[in-house]
Design a protein. Structure first.
Ligand SMILES: [Zn+2]
Length: 317
């Protein structure tokens, strides 16, 4: 019904009806009056949307193209904006070398969750906006001279939350890597477990870590990269058990949020708490790597770790 009335209004000219209420004599008089300059509201600068982005940290305005070319990093202050999973994969693997796995796997609303909006409608909404089936993209690609099993999370899909599909795709990726003797790289960006799936999302914590344990037994390296933010259920499972744990500058990393911790412990948290820099200083992560250097650094770590493995194999270890 709403569509019909909307169509009528838009095509108002066809049936001879005016689309809007005709102005009264009073409003016509006001319209003809010269506006008082002093009373005019301050005008905002007209900036066409979708062309410019303002840096959240330093406030500089930059062309979207400039930002895209710089892998969504502010050229002035190095603030790392969120980046979509596919863009990140494109920046990491060699051209045309990535083969996506389990691309058609989709979440089901097993609990028939309804709240302010249903889980099904949320899934539909994010599938459209991100053009992904769920919050992770997995597959095998080549980085430098090594083939790697790569899993990249996308915060843009329901806050990068881990439901059954995220857990299952990552587990299958890790298992494939174990079978093929490949290293695993997982790039996390997540608010934690997916509440819409209740316990089913919590099961993913154990499942992913179980698969990683078999991968480790096969003496294969697993590099975990934490990006802004990596929190809660994801940080409490696969993201925290890398042979090497790297993070992007300024990333927020932790389990519970700072307000929860403050109210539970009744104490003030130190400045910079739960930032990548703070965690590096306190030994939770191994290195902070800017996005622009990520590929080169991952390749050099892989070379180091895989050469060691080849030597071990040669010694029969
Ligand atoms: Zn900036």
């Amino acid at each position: 019904m709403a569509t019909t009335s909307f169509t009528k209004k838009t095509l108002g000219l066809e049936n001879g009806e005016p689309a809007v209420t005709p102005p009264t004599t009073e409003t016509q008089a006001n319209f003809l009056k010269k506006p008082k300059l002093a009373a005019a509201p301050p005008r905002k600068r007209d900036i066409p949307e979708g062309l410019w982005t303002k840096c959240k940290k330093c406030g500089v305005m930059m062309y979207d193209k400039e930002l895209d070319d710089n892998l969504k990093v502010c050229p002035k202050c190095q603030y790392h904006f969120p980046i979509a999973a596919r863009e990140r994969i494109h920046a990491l693997v060699e051209t045309c070398s990535f083969e996506e796995s389990d691309a058609s796997m989709e979440s089901v609303d097993i609990l028939q969750f309804t709240g302010a909006s249903s889980y099904t409608s949320k899934l539909e909404q994010y599938k459209k906006s991100t053009k992904l089936k769920d919050a992770v993209c997995t597959g095998i690609g080549r980085m430098g001279k090594y083939r790697v099993a790569l899993g990249v999370m996308d915060f843009g899909f329901l806050g990068g939350s881990m439901g059954s599909v995220v857990g299952e795709r990552l587990t299958r990726l890790i298992e494939a890597a174990t079978g093929k003797g490949l290293p695993v790289i997982i790039i996390s960006a997540s608010g934690g477990a997916r509440m819409y799936e209740g316990t089913f999302s919590l099961m993913q914590l154990a499942k992913t870590c179980g698969a990683l344990a078999y991968h480790a037994k096969a003496k294969l390296p697993y590099l975990s990269v934490l990006t802004n933010p990596t929190m809660a259920g994801v940080m409490a499972s696969f993201a925290a058990v890398g042979d090497l744990i790297l993070a992007e500058p300024g990333a927020m990393i932790g389990f519970a949020g700072p307000r929860v911790i403050e109210s539970t412990t009744q104490s003030e948290l130190p400045p910079g708490f739960q930032t990548a820099e703070f965690l590096l200083e306190h030994g939770l992560i191994d290195a902070i790597v800017p996005r622009g250097e990520m590929k080169a650094r991952l390749c050099s770590y892989l070379e180091y770790l895989m050469v060691g493995r080849e030597q071990l194999a040669a010694l029969g270890g």
